[in-house]
Design a protein around this ligand. Structure first.
Ligand SMILES: *[C@@H]1O[C@H](CO)[C@@H](O)[C@H](O)[C@H]1NC(C)=O
Ligand SMILES: *[C@@H]1O[C@H](CO)[C@@H](O)[C@H](O)[C@H]1NC(C)=O
Ligand SMILES: *[C@@H]1O[C@H](CO)[C@@H](O)[C@H](O)[C@H]1NC(C)=O
Length: 241
């Protein structure tokens, strides 16, 4: 532990398992566009890069937005195309808080297009989210209200400091938000007992009120994914340059 603490570490993130889940959902739900809650997903950029084994240049050193997802529906309207013009006013915030960490060139809007077409078109069933402007603004608003980066800092949960118990992080977040978020982790590497934290998710009702993400029925499965024989979250060393 000692030599490690003197080095610069960073949290890292998951997605693969999650993408698989979403794909399964999509298959299961084809033709059924009903959903119950919204999931506001933050990801840790360095982990995204690690997961896809991509040398992202200079990923942000803070939690950024992955998306705002209805829990059980995707691609609800294939003729409702993404229109960057509609969110022109939001671009400065979008670039900062919702960057495409994998393709960081300044004008890329591929990631936003994907999020809109897959998730936004379903979220748009709500009057409060029934345009691209409303969908992206609301997500930015959630992000700023949740203020995850400052809260984690205040809680002393920082990538450079040490290893953490998943439960400790979860409990700390519950103490601040009053609801249980969902943590997503990268699978452990080989024999390591340490897992890398990738995503932190907050759940909302259709009235846009925060609620627990954990559903007692699926809780066991989710916990298995994040902590089964892997009690800690790994810091990922920052590469020089
Ligand atoms: C799909 O989106 C298009 C374009 O916004 C809209 O005209 C159409 O009514 C939508 N269809 C449904 C079923 O909501
Ligand atoms: C990138 O966007 C800026 C304004 O946001 C624009 O002036 C520039 O022409 C765009 N570049 C490309 C290659 O599209
Ligand atoms: C939400 O989770 C917290 C922390 O686990 C728990 O105390 C609370 O009872 C839960 N609320 C509901 C409505 O289930």
């Amino acid at each position: 532990m000692k030599p490690e603490t003197s080095r610069m570490f960073i949290l890292s993130s998951l997605c693969l398992a999650f993408y698989c889940l979403c794909t399964a959902d999509k298959f299961y739900n084809s033709g059924n566009h009903e959903w119950k809650k919204l999931i506001m997903v933050h990801h840790w950029p360095t982990t995204v890069c690690k997961e896809i084994e991509n040398d992202c240049r200079d990923p942000p050193n803070y939690w950024t937005i992955h998306g705002l997802w209805p829990d059980k529906a995707s691609e609800c309207n294939r003729s409702w195309h993404f229109d960057l013009d509609e969110i022109k006013d939001l671009l400065p915030d979008m670039k900062h808080f919702w960057p495409d960490v994998i393709h960081p060139s300044p004008n890329r809007s591929q990631f936003w297009k994907h999020e809109w077409e897959k998730h936004g078109t379903c979220a748009a069933q709500l009057d409060s989210l029934n345009s691209q402007k409303k969908y992206f603004s609301k997500c930015l608003e959630f992000y700023k209200d949740i203020d995850l980066n400052s809260i984690l800092l205040k809680l002393g949960i920082e990538p450079e400091i040490s290893y953490y118990q998943i439960e400790d992080i979860k409990n700390a977040l519950v103490s601040v938000y009053g609801v249980e978020p969902k943590l997503q982790c990268l699978p452990p590497e080989e024999e390591e007992e340490i897992q890398i934290l990738g995503q932190i998710e907050f759940c909302f009702t259709k009235d846009l009120q925060l609620i627990n993400c954990t559903d007692p029925k699926i809780k066991r499965y989710l916990e298995k994914k994040c902590s089964n024989r892997l009690e800690f979250m790994k810091k990922h060393e920052v590469l020089p340059g």
